[in-house]
Design a protein around this ligand. Structure first.
Ligand SMILES: [Zn+2]
Length: 217
């Protein structure tokens, strides 16, 4: 509850600052606008999907847009500059990806590391999931620290994330969709599937705002 309140205050403050001190477009840098019309248009859902690796390979991941150009810059701006007000623009993209999978499942956001939460003060997958106003439960948590995934091959990523997550027992018997901002190789999502299944959840799919081009199929 305290987390949620802190996020609401932060989001309100960020909106207020945007009003007082106009910012540049998060997608292309044109001045005095949070997000310009062209960059808003770049967020029109253009669904892509693929399957997860390993024993989660019967689980489909649906993504709203490709992680490139303006959408990629918008996601990075949220994370790096803390412009959480921009999450609102990504929610419809995620929602379109979710609708492609299932309209009734509970959303389970991917956990982020404690270190990144301490640095940023917010978790993008949580903000996205809650933004959809769909039932959301934070049933996944990190139990083992993994190395930064960047620069690792698909196989190295899978080994790096193996058994790093644990799911809450409350997920037992519940139909769930895992939610994240971006899917790259799908190794982290596959680990989330493993953890949720171990807790007895029925994973019906994964949904992300964006997919890196090599995920496309
Ligand atoms: Zn723009």
């Amino acid at each position: 509850m305290r987390d949620r309140l802190a996020e609401l205050v932060r989001s309100a403050l960020s909106d207020a600052f945007t009003f007082l001190f106009p910012v540049d477009c998060a997608g292309c840098g044109v001045p005095d606008v949070e997000l310009c019309d062209a960059c808003v248009a770049s967020l029109a859902p253009d669904l892509v999907s693929g399957v997860l690796p390993g024993c989660a390979s019967n689980v489909r991941v649906s993504s709203g847009v490709r992680f490139e150009g303006a959408p990629a810059r918008i996601v990075r701006t949220i994370k790096e500059d803390g412009r959480t007000g921009l999450v609102r623009a990504l929610v419809p993209v995620l929602d379109a990806a979710i609708r492609r999978i299932d309209d009734t499942a509970v959303l389970v956001p991917m956990p982020t590391s404690r270190a990144s939460y301490r640095t940023r003060g917010f978790r993008v997958p949580d903000l996205l999931a809650r933004g959809t106003a769909r039932p959301t439960a934070r049933w996944l948590r990190a139990v083992r620290r993994n190395r930064d995934q960047r620069g690792l091959t698909r196989e190295q990523r899978a080994a790096n994330v193996d058994h790093t997550l644990r799911a809450d027992a409350a997920a037992h018997g519940v139909r769930v969709i895992i939610v994240d901002d971006v899917v790259t190789t799908g190794a982290s999502l596959a680990e989330a599937v493993r953890a949720l299944r171990k807790a007895g959840a029925r994973v019906v799919g994964a949904a992300t705002v964006a997919a890196t081009p090599r995920r496309l199929s």
